[in-house]
Write a protein that binds this ligand. Structure first.
Ligand code: TRP
Length: 320
């Protein structure tokens, strides 16, 4: 198969274990099977917030997270929006292929508007899914590993590809979503795992920070530890986390902990997570900021070459 895989993240803060088990682990597998592009979507940060002063730090941290978990820059092309002006140039013809009412109907955009803290909704909020179509189509991506919230954006990319091909000739393959597992992990307080809620273990957390977070995790008053997802969601979530880190069944861990209570449970989870993160921390510690900058510059260059070629094809197809 000649699939090309593209996926990406907004650089808004450190990645956590939920990201790892939900998507990063899959990317590490995919990089051995297909050409893989990993996008640091920095232009997308300004859809619903002012560009934070820490954008550079967030970008470097995101890159280090990728490298630390084993995304290999010799196999995968890691790059950022702001280094590829051709993406912005693709945006303009792509925008002409989508109607205003189609842009307004996008459920993910609607949801983001509803939760935005900005007083006015920017034009970019409605048009960034078309820019995202350029992210996918510039490298002729065919497989896009994403969560459910991204499916409307994938539909936009397919629509743009289909209409471009109909109008100007066959240039783009139609990309397909590659759905990850539903979130396996909840946050340590039982809510949705999210960096902003302080209930997530960042991949860059130290051993002590990890231990402190797990110590504060919510459990219940029953001493006997059992794996019951419906009745005891917090305990089950901790068992799931340890199970993922150890590659073991959560129910089996519960049985071993038995009447050790929450104290033993948390000790088991802490050891499992810290053991799991040891090689990730080691790899991160071995990388300097200079390495990170060089790796990103190389990825940007490769991605840009690809984008230049596609933009040229687009211009020719359109008759410019
Ligand atoms: N919208 C994605 C997110 O918020 C990030 C993203 C930007 C992306 N461009 C992409 C994901 C292209 C997949 C493909 O997480």
């Amino acid at each position: 198969m000649n699939d090309v895989v593209l996926t990406g993240d907004r650089p808004t803060g450190p990645l956590h274990l939920g990201h790892y088990f939900g998507s990063l682990a899959n990317r590490v597998l995919l990089q051995d099977l297909h050409p893989l592009y990993v996008l640091i979507a920095d232009y997308q940060v300004i859809t619903d917030r002012d560009l934070p002063g820490e954008i550079r730090r967030h970008t470097t941290e995101l890159l280090l997270d990728y490298l630390a978990v084993g995304i290999d820059p010799a196999k995968a092309t890691i790059f950022q929006h702001s280094a590829i002006p051709e993406l912005n140039q693709l945006l303009l013809p792509f925008l002409s292929l989508v109607s205003v009412s189609e842009l307004g109907r996008n459920p993910t955009v609607k949801d983001e508007i509803a939760h935005s803290s900005q007083s006015a909704v920017s034009g970019l909020m409605f048009t960034y899914p078309v820019h995202q179509a350029a992210d996918i189509l510039f490298c002729k991506g065919t497989l896009v590993p994403v969560g459910k919230d991204q499916l409307p954006h994938l539909e936009v990319a397919r629509l743009v590809a289909r209409r471009f091909n109909e109008r100007y000739g066959a240039v783009f393959p139609l990309p397909e979503a590659m759905m990850g597992a539903q979130p396996l992990l909840k946050g340590l307080d039982g809510g949705k795992m999210s960096k902003s809620r302080g209930n997530a273990i960042a991949l860059s957390a130290t051993e002590d920070e990890t231990a402190a977070l797990i110590r504060k995790a919510r459990t219940d008053a029953e001493r006997l530890i059992t794996f019951e997802e419906e009745r005891r969601p917090e305990v089950a979530n901790l068992l799931t986390l340890a199970g993922l880190c150890l590659g073991r069944a959560p129910a089996e861990l519960a049985e071993e902990i038995g009447d050790g209570g929450a104290v033993t449970l948390k000790r088991v989870v802490t050891e499992a997570v810290n053991e799991f993160l040891r090689p990730v921390r080691k790899r991160r510690a071995e990388l300097s900021e200079g390495d990170a900058r060089r790796i990103l510059a190389e990825g940007n260059e490769r991605a840009r070459e690809r984008a230049v070629r596609t933009l040229e094809e687009v211009r020719v197809a359109m008759g410019f």
